[in-house]
Design a protein around this ligand. Structure first.
Ligand SMILES: C[S@@+](CC[C@H](N)C(=O)[O-])C[C@H]1O[C@@H](n2cnc3c(N)ncnc32)[C@H](O)[C@@H]1O
Length: 397
């Protein structure tokens, strides 16, 4: 890597610098939005320089559960069959997957669903909501057997392309919400200030300014009701896009279940004293860094999800919580032990599957928020094992 690309993709850096020159320093959230989703040069959006494989997977910058083993997709397929039963076998039964990356979860889900001997597969419609042309190209390649003439798999650019109350089925995402642009805040002299990004001397620079929107103060106010307070110098992230997205999900769903999988925590854990530097991280070539101002547009950026605030936004929009669990408990509820029994202990496949379950890794870091609408609170198999006590997500203290 040479000095010119060290700061990032040259055209993207120029586009961000231009915007700053025109409008003045931008919020970190706007910087992250441009770095990841600038229509031509953003990390996820560029097509000229490669495919989804360059970003996600063993030869890319980071990997997800679907790169490790198909067990999560297979468990989701089993869970969705139970939801189909609870909804009375609607026709069509629609699964909307948002931010599907390379489409591996969809591929393994469809392969598992296809084995059903009843009418499920013939009623199933799988819709991928993806706004990145590069990612959509990878999805189309991986889902070729089901796309095309059958109409089984289709694509939308955005949830805003879906009519209100148009969907009966399941709305699903894995590692989508952590990829939304976040505001970054720092407590200075007892007050929350926001990180803005400037560009001078061919470098990006941070400065602290008053909060850019009252929505941030409202967010902190709701955290304060949980007795969450921040000490001097505390640095953290607020994902306002996640709340807006939750409202969109609620708008589209008529009847069914929302399953949101991501790394994250309750608000009390995410904003607790142990995380006083926040959870913001960049990923490049399977390495992490805390520096978003190099490799701009060439590295992924993420922040852990505040599941309490996400659940509260859903509740307000008509999506009550059915359950909150972690990946290990979800997989156990859906029969992962029986899957392990069929594999040779110590084999490569056994090890991969165990990686999804590891309590000190993917098994517990990944959480599932499950919400429902237009149906009674469901007793789902994936929620049989309870890793948390009581209503851990409740937004009242
Ligand atoms: C970290 S990747 C998730 C990968 C995938 N779900 C997996 O498990 O491998 C994030 C994905 O979300 C997409 N994305 C981000 N924001 C989006 C939005 N607002 N609408 C649709 N897709 C979005 C990105 O283009 C990318 O495909």
């Amino acid at each position: 890597m040479n000095a010119a690309t060290d700061i990032g993709h040259p055209d993207l850096v120029a586009a961000i610098a231009d915007e700053i020159r025109t409008s003045g320093p931008i919020t970190f959230a706007r910087f992250m939005e441009l770095a990841l989703y600038h229509p031509q040069f953003g990390y996820y959006m560029r097509t000229a320089s490669g495919t989804g494989e360059d970003r996600i997977g063993w030869s890319g910058d980071f990997y997800t559960s679907s790169d490790v083993h198909p067990a999560l997709s297979q468990a989701l397929a089993r869970q969705v069959r139970q939801i189909d039963e609870m909804l009375g076998h609607p026709d069509p039964f629609t699964v909307v997957e948002m931010g599907a990356g390379k489409g591996l979860l969809a591929r393994d889900f469809l392969a598992a669903g296809q084995k059903a001997s009843d009418s499920f597969f013939s009623r199933l419609r799988y819709v991928l909501v993806e706004h990145s042309p590069a990612m959509r190209a990878s999805q189309q390649a991986n889902l070729a057997p089901w796309a095309g003439a059958t109409g089984r798999v289709t694509w939308r650019n955005s949830l805003s392309d879906c009519a209100s109350g148009s969907l009966v089925g399941v709305m699903l995402s894995n590692e989508l919400v952590d990829a939304f642009p976040v505001h970054r805040l720092v407590i200075e002299e007892g007050e929350p200030k926001e990180i803005f990004v400037d560009y001078r001397d061919r470098r990006f620079h941070e400065s602290l300014r008053p909060l850019s929107t009252p929505a941030l103060a409202d967010y902190l106010q709701r955290l304060a009701q949980l007795e969450i307070t921040f000490s001097e110098g505390y640095r953290t992230e607020v994902n306002l896009n996640a709340l807006a997205w939750m409202q969109e999900v609620a708008r589209v769903l008529a009847r069914g279940i929302v399953i949101t999988i991501d790394y994250g925590h309750t608000a009390q854990d995410l904003y607790g004293p142990d995380r006083r530097r926040g959870t913001f991280l960049c990923y490049h070539a399977q390495m992490t860094s805390e520096d978003p101002y190099r490799l701009v547009g060439l590295q992924d950026m993420t922040a852990h999800v505040d599941f309490s605030s996400l659940a509260a936004a859903g509740q307000d929009a008509g999506l009550p919580v059915a359950g909150y669990t972690n990946q290990m408990s979800f997989l156990m509820g859906l029969g992962v032990e029986q899957m392990l029994e069929t594999l040779e202990p110590g084999s490569a496949e056994f090890q991969s599957l165990v990686q999804l379950l590891r309590p000190e890794g993917m098994g517990r870091t990944f959480k599932l928020l499950i919400q429902h609408k237009g149906m009674a609170s469901p007793e789902l198999d994936g929620l049989r094992f309870k890793p948390f006590f009581g209503s851990v997500l409740a937004m009242q203290s």
